[in-house]
Design a protein around this ligand. Structure first.
Ligand code: URA
Length: 239
């Protein structure tokens, strides 16, 4: 199989991330630095990533984590900050997050070693839905919410149609809670969208990812997906 696919199947990273890792010169095949993601490899080859031997396909794991603020959604951090993987230390697999939540954002984050599924869930083609609760300053006008629904320009690029509803308002209208539904995932998108309509986000939480939700999962806790939930994800991204 192609090297990038092999790394994804082995749970190293999503296919896209695996391609990057190869291009960064971090992968060795039989002692030689690999140059191309499409290089062919087999189980007989000795393959190392960052000097660590990869042992081939491992059991697929699907973990839904309720991320607290203060953790970053990367596998390794150069500044030794806590990462989401610190919260799932007892799981024996090379997990990585599917997409990202900002350090100060909380809520549902899927972790897996299923590279192909992760790749598709984050690919714009499949328009996977994410739902956020955003506490914002003030009370947005209906016209502003319409703008968010139709799409607005962020750094010259129009956002895709989104859901935007008010779900709670403080009596003095100093703060309100919006429910924002996105079918894409640009960096800091919810914060930028709310800022663009003049209502900066004070607190952000993701309450649904790709149809997965869990009101009973405490912050910092995680659970495994059921077989039905995994099957639904596969169907959603045509696997
Ligand atoms: N949008 C944001 O602004 N931040 C997140 O963490 C997720 C979506």
């Amino acid at each position: 199989v192609r090297l990038a696919k092999y790394l994804a199947q082995s749970g190293v990273a999503s296919r896209r991330r695996a391609e990057e890792i190869i291009r960064q010169g971090r992968v060795e095949i039989n002692g030689k630095v690999a140059e191309l993601p499409q290089e062919r490899v087999s189980m007989q080859d000795s393959i190392k990533v960052d000097g660590e031997l990869i042992t081939g396909p491992e059991k697929k794991q699907y973990i839904l984590l309720n991320k607290p603020p203060g953790y970053i959604s990367t596998v390794k951090d150069t500044h030794h900050r806590p990462t989401v993987l610190d919260l799932v230390r007892d799981i024996e697999a090379r997990l990585y997050p599917v997409g990202r939540l900002d350090e100060d954002t909380s809520g549902l984050l899927l972790l897996t070693n299923d590279g192909e599924l992760a790749h598709r869930l984050t690919h714009p083609r499949y328009q996977v839905k994410k739902v956020y609760r955003a506490k914002v300053e003030g009370l947005p006008a209906e016209e502003s919410l319409k703008c968010l629904r139709r799409g607005i320009y962020l750094e010259g690029v129009k956002t895709a149609p989104a859901g935007a509803e008010i779900v709670h308002v403080l009596t003095d209208r100093r703060e309100s809670t919006l429910e924002i539904t996105l079918a894409e995932g640009k960096k800091r998108q919810v914060k930028k969208m709310c800022e663009a309509i003049g209502h900066p986000v004070r607190y952000l939480k993701r309450i649904n990812f790709a149809g997965l939700d869990d009101r009973d999962l405490p912050e910092g806790a995680y659970r495994r997906l059921s077989e039905n939930e995994v099957a639904a994800l596969y169907k959603m991204v045509k696997l």
